[in-house]
Design a protein around this ligand. Structure first.
Ligand code: NDP
Length: 295
């Protein structure tokens, strides 16, 4: 068997097109322009690239983008004051504080200072709680993007056996919760899991969010399973150059899986597209107009 490749780039591009149409509709009918504010602390090069891309994509969708750059010696109180200013700004519908933050700042305190209805990353405990209890909160972008691709590929996920490898608050746990909400039978695996190969081998859906290059081996995968690889790892090749690989051995896994996301070009591009979708959803909810996108 050779797996279907789930093209996250194409999926994200379609989603961005839908978002741009919806934004145009909101402008025309409600004079509503969704606005996303991104706060970047310090000059971490990877974070700067992410923020630049988010800004470009937000503007391309016809939305307002506000960038707030702060020095890496900013105090926690000043950062929280900036978040509160954005909480009170009616032009800003979504707030994202780029992580990681410098060590002297308590990330949880900053995340909890974001108004839950503007928390487009979906990391606020109120939003985690709403997701866990079937409420209508903001859902973390990467797991939501994974669910969208899974539903597009498989349709109804009800009753399927799913494993999520990784239990971080930003990917693994919300991913497992979303799969449970789709009525999958969910196993969460982590660094203490015994016999990971066996757990993966009985799963119809495998989501790998670990951060260990090619941890999930091809021969662990159940024939025909759907594999979503969240991992982004830069490794050095024999010629000294570097390349990106996921948490799954793509070459071997694609011989057994029914469908699989590549790295790069799988989950990665979906994350920004879903961030824009979340911002549109947040803007609609705050303005009390119909909710646009089914995500
Ligand atoms: P974390 O480091 O926060 O979490 C990693 C998880 O993997 C932990 O729960 C850890 O278990 C588990 N783990 C580590 N080693 C093993 C092992 N040998 N066997 C089983 N489980 C293991 O990472 P994140 O969740 O933040 O990110 C995971 C990956 O996803 C990274 O590569 C990251 O770059 C990528 N990522 C990609 C995004 C995208 O847009 N595509 C967005 C966000 C992340 P334990 O809890 O026991 O320590």
């Amino acid at each position: 068997m050779t797996a279907d490749i789930i093209d996250g780039k194409a999926f994200a591009s379609n989603l961005k097109e839908n978002i741009a149409h919806k934004v145009a509709h909101l402008k025309e009918n409600y004079k509503l322009v969704p606005g996303l504010a991104v706060v970047l602390v310090g000059e971490d090069p990877a974070s700067q690239v992410y923020v630049r891309n988010k800004n470009k994509s937000t503007l391309a969708a016809g939305m307002n983008s506000y960038e707030h750059l702060m020095n890496d010696d900013v105090s926690e109180a000043d950062l929280i004051a900036k978040v509160e200013e954005l909480n009170n700004d009616p032009k800003v519908h979504g707030i994202l504080v780029q992580l990681p933050l410098p060590k002297h700042i308590n990330e949880a305190a900053v995340i909890e200072s974001i108004a839950p209805e503007k928390d487009v990353d979906g990391f606020h405990v109120i939003n985690s709680g709403l997701m866990a209890t079937g409420g209508k909160g903001m859902v973390p972008c990467t797991p939501l993007g994974c669910i969208m691709m899974l539903k597009d590929k498989l349709g109804n996920l009800s009753g399927l056996d799913a494993v999520v490898v990784g239990r971080s608050n930003i990917v693994g746990k919300p991913m497992a919760q979303l799969l449970l909400n789709e009525s999958c039978t969910v196993t969460i695996a982590h660094s203490r899991t015994k016999n990971l190969a066996e757990v993966v081998g009985r799963s119809d859906i495998v989501v790998a969010a670990v951060g260990v290059p090619e941890l999930v081996k091809g021969d662990w995968i159940k024939e025909g399973a759907t594999v979503i690889d969240v991992g982004i790892n830069r490794i050095e090749k024999e010629d000294g150059k570097t390349k990106l690989v996921g948490d799954v051995d793509f070459e071997e896994a694609s011989k057994r899986a029914g469908a699989i996301t590549p790295v790069p070009g799988g989950v990665g591009p979906m994350t920004i597209a879903v961030l824009l979708a979340n911002t549109v959803t947040a803007a609609c909810r705050q303005a009390g107009v119909d909710e646009p996108l089914n995500c």
